[in-house]
Design a protein around this ligand. Structure first.
Ligand SMILES: [Ca+2]
Ligand SMILES: [Ca+2]
Ligand SMILES: [Ca+2]
Ligand SMILES: [Ca+2]
Length: 461
């Protein structure tokens, strides 16, 4: 049975009404649920705008999407090639060069996701395999989320890789909503420790009082790790934005954008970071270490790992994000050289579909570019015809990005004094013209002096 047939519906109706109506209804629902690409509108600068009082150019674009905008990109040819000049990422997180892992938990079939596979949007291939955890399409902080049921049959696993090892600088970032405050510590995630249940590369724990604990590396004792605890008062059934970020000299835990400068319980704030070849577990310790009560009971959304610290500004910006279906963003390019340029904006939704504005716009920068006298001619121009009292007509093609303000014919007669004649503009020929009449024999000289509207000038002999 082909879906391509334009008369599929009438044909099937002849065969059997009920079956046909059911098939048609399923087809229609699937079609209606598909997401459309974003559409983009260019706001400012207006097409053909000329910048001549500043060369810092601000571009404004608006994007809309049916479900979930992810980022807006500015394209210009300021650097010579029409290419991406700037990116603004909003709504759900975007990857950058330091992102080790990025999961949106939207069960996005376009990305290949299903009930047992979570796609890693970082580009590093750190996909997760789901065991028992279930997709909640409407229960997330950003579209759907995954539910962990607080038992040893609910978790996810990610294979070891160099990217999820994290470097001595690292960040764990996620949204979490607990179904209950645990009676004993539960694991949000753990880079499994292998032979020792304590000596983890890194792990993030939702603690029994409702706080966050980060474990990092080894403290040099058998099975010992550096422990950083933020004993805040978290509640059940509420979304929390949690960031644990570290480098070789500091460890900071954020809960809902409130920072806690953690120190280890050994009195040493510097983690002794280690890497291993074990799996990364979500919602659980690894099976070797599993004991009752260590399994997360709650939802996780928007998980990201980075190979660097996040700044406080980034944490704040990420915390204040929400799903966007309509966004206006400004991009500023500093010190754009004089010239003629094209620009456009491209928006992406969270299914990697994109949309441009229908046509590029043009803009000009003219801070100091002189007018160009592109051609100049005189008539008559044969020596035999240029005699005293014969009028000489001068025509010129003159252009300027900002516009030509004045074009002046200057001529010098043999005794040496200069005469200026303002040139007229012929809209039909697009040429400037003026004339003069030599009165005596001798060598007469002439040139054109052009001024633009922003104070730049040029002459051509
Ligand atoms: Ca869409
Ligand atoms: Ca989500
Ligand atoms: Ca490894
Ligand atoms: Ca100019």
């Amino acid at each position: 049975m082909s879906w391509k047939s334009g008369n599929f519906f009438p044909e099937r109706m002849l065969v059997g009404g009920l079956l046909t109506l059911t098939a048609y209804a399923i087809f229609f629902i699937l079609y209606a649920a598909a997401s459309s690409p974003p559409s983009t509108t260019l706001i400012t600068p207006a097409n053909n705008n000329v910048f001549n009082t500043t060369n810092n150019v601000t571009f404004g674009c608006n994007a809309t999407d049916d479900f979930n905008l992810r980022k807006l990109e500015l394209y210009t040819n300021i650097n010579g090639t029409f290419s991406r000049t700037n990116t603004s990422c909003f709504g759900e997180l975007c990857e950058d060069s330091s992102t080790a892992l990025l999961m949106h938990f939207n069960n996005d079939s376009v990305a290949g996701e299903n009930d047992t596979l979570i796609y890693d949007w970082s580009g590093n291939g750190n996909n997760a395999t789901v065991f028992g955890a279930t997709f909640n399409p409407s229960g997330g902080n950003f579209s759907g989320a995954f539910e962990f049921g607080g038992s040893d049959s609910h978790y996810m696993k990610i294979s070891d890789s160099g990217t999820v090892d994290l470097s001595p600088n690292g960040t764990i970032e996620l949204w979490m909503n607990a179904n209950a405050i645990p009676s004993s510590d539960t694991y949000i995630l753990m880079k499994a420790p292998g032979g020792s249940c304590m000596e983890t590369a890194y792990s993030l724990i939702f603690t029994a009082p409702g706080g966050i604990e980060l474990n990092l590396g080894s403290n040099g004792l058998l099975g010992g790790t550096y422990i950083y605890r933020y004993e805040t008062a978290m509640s059940a059934n509420q979304w929390y934005y949690i960031v644990a970020t570290w480098n070789t000299t500091e460890v900071i835990i954020y809960v809902n954008n409130v920072s806690y400068y953690a120190v280890s319980n050994g009195g040493n704030p510097t983690p002794n970071f280690i890497t291993n070849n074990n799996e990364l577990w979500l919602g659980s310790t690894d099976q070797f270490c599993s004991i009752n009560g260590e399994f997360l009971d709650g939802k996780i959304d928007e998980l990201a790992l980075y190979n660097r610290m996040l700044s406080a500004e980034e944490v704040s910006e990420h915390y204040n994000r929400s799903i966007a279906i309509n966004a206006t963003k400004n991009f500023t390019s500093q010190n754009v050289p004089d010239g003629t340029y094209a620009w456009n904006c491209r928006a992406y939704d969270n299914e990697s579909q994109s949309g441009w504005s229908a046509s590029n716009r043009t803009f000009y920068v003219d801070m100091a570019s002189a007018p160009e006298v592109n051609s100049m001619s005189i008539s008559p121009n044969a020596t035999d015809d240029v005699d005293p009292n014969v009028q000489i007509n001068v025509t010129a093609n003159i252009t300027d990005i900002s516009g030509v303000n004045t074009a002046i014919l200057q001529y010098v007669w043999p005794s040496g004094s200069v005469t200026n004649v303002t040139m007229g503009y012929n809209g039909a020929t697009k040429l400037y013209n003026a004339s003069f009449t030599p009165t005596v024999n001798g060598i007469w000289k002439y040139r054109i002096w052009a001024n633009d509207t922003v104070g730049s000038a040029a002459t051509r002999n």
